[in-house]
Design a protein around this ligand. Structure first.
Ligand code: PLP
Length: 399
């Protein structure tokens, strides 16, 4: 018998982690590596949130368990926040507080899927999605969009991928890794299609506040209200409030599903750390000024990185309208000779870039679409410029 279960052994080692591990090893040797890999804001958590958490630590009431579903005050605040930000009304009993958006993803699929149920997975996708679907016994069915449509899929593509086993459509706008934001009319068309075919929607809205150029992140069940009874909204404080380490996310959905997911959570982890929930309460009940300041900073870097990347021959970089990633195609450079080597795919090219100019980027293979790189622009602008310049000078040698 094998020591590790087939289910866990089947998890694909992440290409993101492979690059990251190499970058970290180089850094540990004292090399001046510039990393575009990290999917987290580089700002500290805003003061008022940290202070609320510091005060909460001293309260005896916060030293015990909370309800599995989360602090009642936090769920109230999340319902109010969802109405404010997404124009979607829900009751606190429809909310489950999870250990980060990541656990929201796992719990959503564990709660919805039976073995063999198919999930339409829009690619390029966030690395965690296919693993969480597979672990729950589901089958990810990839539907791919490329730069020619701004990385957005159409209803026709979804319809072509639909089978009688299709149970869920997984939607993520703004998207990690592409930064694509679906305009409201496309969100509506996709929502109506899901409604018509009785397909559940899991919509990951974790980047909702990071939108640029006047784009807005429309929430599917707000745009198609009849869909609410077959939709789970996933969200979290990590990206919006620079709170990646605090581990607070949530799921909003119909009461019966949230009840089932809460029961699962009560055995899985009990509840999210009480103090973290207090910090999240201060975040979501508070103003959005700090968020807007961070967004401004990201916007400056976004413009900078897109213009620098677009200037490189062989690199095609659509302008992302959301999140903090650029996702350029580098297909034109594959198979060319660079410093005596001929990388045939983006894993090899990323490896070459890391070795030769000490810049870490994540290859598209990690997101289901070889031929691309993901650059996170959540790093200091001076590093951003230096890093892209190094890549540009290396790629200029391609022949
Ligand atoms: N959803 C998407 C699309 C993400 O990119 C991430 C983080 O990278 C998450 C969810 C989960 O974030 P966390 O678990 O830190 O709340």
């Amino acid at each position: 018998r094998s020591r590790v279960s087939a289910r866990i052994a089947g998890i694909t080692p992440s290409a993101t982690l492979a690059v990251d591990a190499k970058a970290k090893a180089l850094k540990a040797e004292g090399r001046p590596v510039i990393g575009f890999g990290a999917g987290q804001p580089d700002f500290p958590t805003p003061d008022y949130i940290v202070e609320a958490a510091a005060a909460a630590v001293h309260e005896r009431a916060n030293h015990g368990y909370t309800a599995a579903g989360g602090l009642p005050e936090l769920r109230e605040a999340l319902a109010a926040k969802t109405l404010r930000d997404s124009d979607f009304a829900c009751d606190p009993s429809q909310i489950l507080v999870t250990n980060g958006g990541k656990q929201a993803v796992y719990s959503a699929f564990a709660t919805l899927l039976d073995p063999g149920d198919e999930v339409l997975l829009l690619a390029p996708y966030w690395t965690t999605y296919p693993e969480s679907i597979t672990l729950a016994g589901g089958v990810p069915v990839q539907v791919t969009a490329d730069e020619s449509t701004g990385y957005r899929v159409t209803v026709e593509q979804l319809e072509a991928a639909r089978t009688e086993r299709t149970k869920v459509l997984l939607f993520n706008s703004p998207s990690n890794p592409t930064g694509a934001v679906y305009p409201r009319d496309e969100v509506e068309a996709i929502g109506r299609w899901a409604l018509e075919h009785g397909i559940w929607v899991v919509t990951d809205e974790i980047y909702e506040h990071l939108v640029y150029d006047g784009a807005t992140a429309a929430s599917m069940p707000a745009v198609v209200p009849e869909l609410a009874d077959q939709t789970l909204i996933l969200n979290g404080v990590a990206k919006t409030y620079s709170m990646t380490g605090w581990r607070v996310g949530w799921i909003i959905g119909p009461q019966d599903v949230i009840k089932a997911a809460s029961s699962f959570q009560s055995h899985l982890c009990g509840n999210v750390a009480n103090v973290s929930q207090r910090a999240a309460l201060a975040a979501v009940a508070g103003p959005l000024d700090a968020v807007h300041q961070m967004r401004e900073a990201f916007d400056v870097r976004r413009k900078r990185i897109v213009s620098l990347l677009s200037a490189i021959e062989g690199v095609e970089c659509p302008t992302p309208e959301g999140a903090f990633y650029a996702y350029p195609s580098v297909k034109a450079l594959l198979g060319k000779e660079i410093r005596g080597q001929r990388p045939e795919n983006t894993v090899e090219l990323a490896d070459l870039i890391l070795r030769e100019v000490e810049v870490a980027v994540v290859p598209g293979e990690a997101f289901g679409t070889p031929g691309y790189f993901r650059f996170s622009y959540a790093l200091a602008e001076s590093d951003l410029v230096e890093g892209v310049n190094r890549v540009a000078s290396l790629l200029a040698e391609a022949k």
